[in-house]
Design a protein around this ligand. Structure first.
Ligand code: ACM
Ligand code: ZN
Length: 555
């Protein structure tokens, strides 16, 4: 008897609950509410004492009539469709006038350089209209992302936006993410999804690590063997590898450009080049043979810097790379290049003598030989309109002041470079290496390099070292997180290592240290993970981990 009453109560309770839910959400009567507690947190949100704006089927997106205007409007229409289940009409007009006569509720996209710093925007909601005004096309896009992230997970076709003015712009112009496709190969579709994920986090630089010891992934017309042979390696389960054709790469560049993301290729030299010298053994100091394997670590065998054919080879490669990528920068690597073979190699030693590269109290002749190569290819690429980026080792052997330095062995290399007048991108392994564990519960985590970079550590990173003068600080143009892929053969694990740490990266890129509050961030992160769920992204759902120590092993 007791049981039946309980059951009846349950049925009645369920009916009441269902009725209430249908009153709130059902039949589109009550819209779901949007909130501006998003990631990255906009610089300022001021609520206005006006009627909210309700997105429903009567909404029309009016946009400026350029390709970017139409594209931005089309992204917004797609995002509204994901949540509301319909795509608002888009109307493009060169001198848009929204008047009483315009039918439908307007969302108005426009560009006005004076509204905000580059990439910034103002989002004004209320008075029967939403205006997204960007300082640039990218600014409009970030305003659209803010509207997207403010929406609830789903709705019965209507979303109510509280009246407010949101003003926002990023702290840094260079907001990057690096994906290593040499250790694990990711398909074009997977790379494009990484670009979608970056766009969701308001990042704008995709650093594509295309060559390394474990594989050469970019098609070079002049050297087809580089990918046919150098793109594959023998593993116990068979051959593993792959590469991108030039058409694939153009497709990724265009896809990224649509989302205001620049693609920077990295062709590593003189180290991390086993795939190249295994294909062309005469380009190594010993002549080989060399083998491409999946082993990680630093290899002694690198390109011979005394052989003129090495320079011809790299010139031919960079000629094609510079032509293929519209980016301002080309990354030439420069990291982890032991001098072992160069010390023993007659060609390298002859080159050191010939160029007068003398050891001094700071550096060896071999250090200066790498500096010679850096300057050589910097000049070659400059003639093709490109600026080089290199890992922080490149400051060790002489460098032209125009080279940009990516600081990975902590921030010290970046500090030295900024003092010497170089632009710097901070990408320290201590805070921004996403191949490090994000939890100390390593038995239950996917394999990682080691080290420990929990979400909170990423969040508290400040890319601008305190010891720099204001003039030197201006050289810190931004930051970047790196996903090295020896441990992430599985694409969904690569996502897991990236998310939600990329959300912390995004907030560091967009905000100033005084504005950051980790507890507040994690509560907003719960809203962002609803977007992750909607999009089907894999991520680590436990945000907090109290860490007694941050143990960083040398790589
Ligand atoms: C690096 O992690 N070797 C740049
Ligand atoms: Zn040599």
């Amino acid at each position: 008897m007791q049981k039946t009453v309980g059951k009846l109560r349950l049925i009645a309770g369920t009916a009441i609950l269902a009725f209430t839910v249908s009153l709130i959400y059902g039949c589109g009567r009550q819209p779901a509410r949007a909130g501006y507690d998003i990631v990255p947190l906009p610089a300022e949100t001021v609520f206005r004492n006006e009627e909210p704006f309700v997105i429903d089927r009567s909404v029309i997106i009016y946009t400026y009539s350029t390709d970017n205007g139409l594209k931005n409007a089309s992204f917004l229409s797609d995002y509204i469709n994901t949540v509301c289940g319909f795509r608002p009409t888009i109307i493009a007009s060169p001198d848009l006038q929204v008047t009483e006569d315009n039918s439908g509720k307007p969302i108005l996209l426009s560009v006005k350089p004076e509204v905000a710093p580059p990439d910034g925007y103002i989002l004004e909601i209320g008075g029967g209209i939403i205006r997204i005004t960007g300082s640039t096309d990218a600014g409009v896009f970030y305003g659209v992302q803010t509207l997207r992230k403010a929406m609830p997970e789903s709705s019965a076709g209507r979303v109510e936006f509280p009246a407010a003015t949101v003003t926002d712009s990023p702290r840094f112009p260079h907001r990057g993410f690096m994906l290593d496709v040499a250790r694990s190969f990711f398909t074009v579709e997977q790379v494009k999804e990484f670009i979608d994920i970056m766009a969701l986090h308001n990042l704008n630089i995709f650093h594509w690590h295309l060559t390394d010891d474990q594989g050469w992934r970019i098609e070079i017309d002049r050297y087809p063997e580089l990918t046919e042979k150098g793109g594959f390696r023998a593993e116990s389960s068979g051959m593993y590898g792959g590469y991108y054709t030039k058409a694939d790469i153009k497709e990724v560049i265009a896809y990224a450009a649509d989302k205001y993301i620049e693609v920077i290729p990295e062709i590593d030299l003189p180290g991390h080049t086993t795939a190249a010298i295994a294909t062309y053994p005469h380009l190594g100091c010993t002549g080989g043979p060399y083998e491409i394997t999946s082993l990680t670590g630093v290899r002694k065998d690198i390109l011979c810097a005394g052989n003129p054919e090495t320079y011809t080879f790299l010139e031919n490669v960079f000629e094609e790379v510079a032509e293929l990528f519209p980016s301002k920068y080309i990354h030439i690597g420069g990291d982890e290049s032991p001098r072992t073979r160069w010390i023993e190699c007659p060609k390298c030693q002859a080159k050191i003598r010939q160029e007068g590269l003398r050891a001094d109290d700071h550096h060896t002749g071999e250090d200066y030989l790498q500096g010679y190569m850096n300057i050589y290819f910097e000049k070659f690429l400059k003639e093709r309109g490109k600026t080089i980026i290199g890992w922080d080792e490149i400051v060790e052997g002489g460098l032209s002041p125009e080279a940009t330095v990516m600081s990975w062995r902590g921030v010290e290399g970046g500090e030295i470079a900024a003092r010497a007048g170089h632009d710097v991108i901070m990408s320290p392994n201590s805070h921004l290496y996403f191949d490090y564990y994000q939890s100390l519960d390593v038995d239950n985590e996917p394999a990682a390099f080691g080290g420990y970079v929990p979400l909170e550590r990423v969040y508290h990173f400040d890319p601008v070292p305190e010891g720099l003068t204001p003039g030197e600080q201006k050289h810190i143009i931004g930051l970047q997180a790196n996903l090295w892929s020896p441990w992430t053969r599985d694409y969904s694990i690569a996502q897991y290592m990236t998310l939600p740490r990329m959300a912390a990266l995004a907030e560091v890129a967009w905000s100033y240290p005084g504005q950051r509050d980790f507890n507040d961030f994690t509560s907003r992160l719960s809203n962002l993970t609803k977007v992750y769920d909607n999009e089907g992204y894999n991520y680590r759902a436990e945000f907090f981990e109290i860490a007694p120590v941050y143990e960083i092993r040398p790589r």
